[in-house]
Design a protein around this ligand. Structure first.
Ligand SMILES: Cc1ncc(COP(=O)(O)O)c(C=O)c1O
Ligand SMILES: Nc1ccccc1C(=O)C[C@H](N)C(=O)O
Length: 421
């Protein structure tokens, strides 16, 4: 269904109802002022042009109102996080009461494990996928140690079979059959940062729950990319960041999901702070903690408004485009990229990301035989921003909000040239 030509790519862009969204973003340029081919939204998403307006509104309210901005601002700061909840909940497929924007991903992961990893003498192990992002693995290992458990004993890796890159659900089932009674928590990345593989969240949750385990997901590479339908999956918790596909700026605040079945659960451990306390009595400065129901009850501090302003700008852009439309375009755009890579018929490259669109988001991970980072450097010099992940993978992620079919075509031409040299 695809064709290998620039003309075809341009035709696709002309027919794309979302094409105009590209103009709503700042696209970085090279030294000659030409737009580069930016395929790195899986690391840092681009800046929407409206972001500075949203941030400036808060800077102005701060300048003009000082502390009164908490209640008098156009978007008052006290309830500011609430302005993000509904649109964010739609993107991850949750109920608004299940979602809160706070902290950053790894911090939220720890907070969630304080509540949802409560090991006993016999049920204490944690399962993660073997190629989990290192921060997740560090967090999980340090939680094990915190409970006096040696990670060598307490951590189970869900690994691909020998010689394979991808994890198979059947292997996770086997792990559960053998060790289910000792496992307390499954902590899995929804879309793996290295392979781009998206896991079946609902099946994993049902499997974990069957064995009496808690189940949590890291959606760093899922939020704004795939539709994780968090509520539907029944997962106990999930965490994500907003600087990748959610285009909210470097180090911006993360998101957190707690399933509504835990909204009033007083038996969970929790590290508390005043922003998680009942809003009606928060400023009475009472000394007994009274947790807000739902995900909001896990907040610690009053959050950074400037970061949340950037998130609000991004979520408004997503809402305007419609997440379902974006997902449809994304499947086509990534399909086009896959087609062009196949057309190269070059034995030195191999796409390790699953072929089935339901098992991936927009990222394709291209394994390059006998290559080193030099290849990636050459691509960068040729005007492509992608990223290199050791030992041998180039990750490219056409983001449907700002990447075009032409970007994808031009990337494939550049890759061809670089591989030839
Ligand atoms: C899957 C995954 N988990 C965790 C992180 C770390 O997130 P943070 O630095 O926001 O804690 C990242 C990216 O940085 C990631 O891709
Ligand atoms: N936040 C960053 C800051 C600096 C450099 C990279 C990152 C990333 O997010 C990397 C990303 N998590 C990844 O999937 O590789």
């Amino acid at each position: 269904m695809f064709h290998n030509s620039l003309e075809y790519a341009k035709k696709q862009d002309a027919a794309d109802a979302l094409a105009s969204f590209r103009n709503k973003f700042h696209i970085p340029t090279n030294a000659n002022g030409q737009k580069i081919i930016y395929l790195c939204g899986n690391s840092l998403g681009l800046q929407p042009k409206i972001t500075s307006e949203y941030i400036n509104e808060e800077l102005n309210d701060w300048a003009n109102l000082g502390v009164e901005g908490h209640v008098e601002g156009k978007h008052p700061w006290l309830p500011y996080h609430e302005f993000l909840t509904e649109n964010m909940a739609k993107i991850v497929g949750a109920k608004p009461s299940e979602v809160v924007m706070m902290n950053t991903l790894t911090t939220n992961l720890h907070l969630m494990m304080v509540s949802f990893y409560q090991p006993t003498k016999t049920k204490y192990k944690i399962v993660v996928e073997s190629d989990a992002f290192p921060s997740d693995k560090y967090a999980v290992e340090s939680q094990l140690k915190f409970h006096g458990i040696d990670p060598k004993e307490g951590l189970i890796l869900w690994k691909p079979r020998k010689g394979k890159e991808l994890c198979r659900f059947e292997d996770l089932e086997e792990i559960m059959q053998t060790h289910g009674s000792e496992i307390a928590l499954l902590m899995i990345g929804s879309t793996n940062y290295y392979t781009g593989q998206s896991f079946p969240l609902k099946k994993i949750t049902e499997l974990g729950h069957k064995y009496g385990c808690m189940v949590g997901f890291d959606l760093a590479h899922g939020a704004g990319n795939i539709q994780p339908n968090l509520h539907e999956t029944g997962a106990d918790f999930a965490v994500w960041c907003t600087y990748k596909y959610l285009n909210s700026g470097p180090g911006s605040l993360g998101g957190c999901f707690v399933h509504e079945r835990h909204a009033h659960n007083e038996n969970l451990n929790r590290f508390a702070g005043w922003w998680g306390h009942n809003k009606k009595t928060r400023f009475n400065m009472r000394h007994e903690f009274d947790a807000l129901p739902g995900a909001e009850g896990w907040q610690l501090s009053n959050p950074p408004i400037l970061s949340m302003a950037a998130i609000r700008a991004s979520l408004d852009t997503f809402a305007e485009a419609g997440f379902e439309n974006l997902r449809k375009k994304s499947e086509k755009l990534t399909g086009f990229l896959e087609f062009l890579l196949d057309e190269m018929k070059n034995d030195s490259i191999n796409v390790i990301t699953p072929r089935n669109p339901e098992e991936r988001g927009c990222q394709l991970s291209i394994q390059v035989k006998n290559a080193d980072k030099n290849l990636h450097t050459k691509l960068t010099e040729a005007g492509v921003i992608s990223d290199w992940r050791e030992p041998d993978v180039i990750r490219v992620a056409p983001a449907p909000l700002y990447n075009s079919f032409e970007d994808v075509f031009r990337f494939s031409e550049k890759l061809k040239e670089v591989l030839k040299s």
